[in-house]
Design a protein. Structure first.
Length: 140
């Protein structure tokens, strides 16, 4: 699933709104995912999972900032995410099926915080981007 120029422009424009709140929104993404998808909790066993904890803010911020980086480096996605791919395939292996809950929760959080922007075109663009990033992180 390759983003069209229009789709890339959509996620780029929304990223400008997300970036200043990446840690807060990222923590919310993880909180929702951990609540709704308990099967992913073992991946976060060393984290303080209390709402808005420093662990969730830090990792959630990294999660969303990596999406921001993937937008900026979209044309060289695999190369730009090489270290994260190594981390998620070797050091802390994540089964591909566990990316879907995070994807859903990212989109839920974006829809809740940016309801005027999150129309079907925007949702489709984010869905495609997150699917591509998930494929890269899984080494596909």
């Amino acid at each position: 699933m390759v983003l069209s120029k229009e789709e890339k422009a959509l996620v780029e424009s929304q990223w400008q709104k997300i970036a200043p709140q990446a840690e807060t929104l990222g923590a919310e993404v993880l909180e929702r995912a951990l609540l709704a998808y308990p099967e992913i909790r073992p991946f976060f066993s060393k984290f303080d999972l209390t709402p808005n904890s420093e662990d969730l803010r830090s990792h959630g911020g990294k999660l969303l900032k990596s999406l921001g980086d993937s937008i900026k480096n979209y044309d060289k996605l695999k190369q730009s995410m090489k270290d994260l791919t190594e981390l998620h395939t070797k050091k802390h292996p994540v089964d591909y099926k566990h990316y879907a809950p995070i994807s859903v929760c990212i989109q839920v959080v974006l829809a809740l915080h940016y309801p005027d922007d999150f129309n079907p075109k925007m949702q489709n663009a984010w869905n495609k981007l997150i699917a591509e990033v998930s494929d890269v992180l899984a080494g596909r």
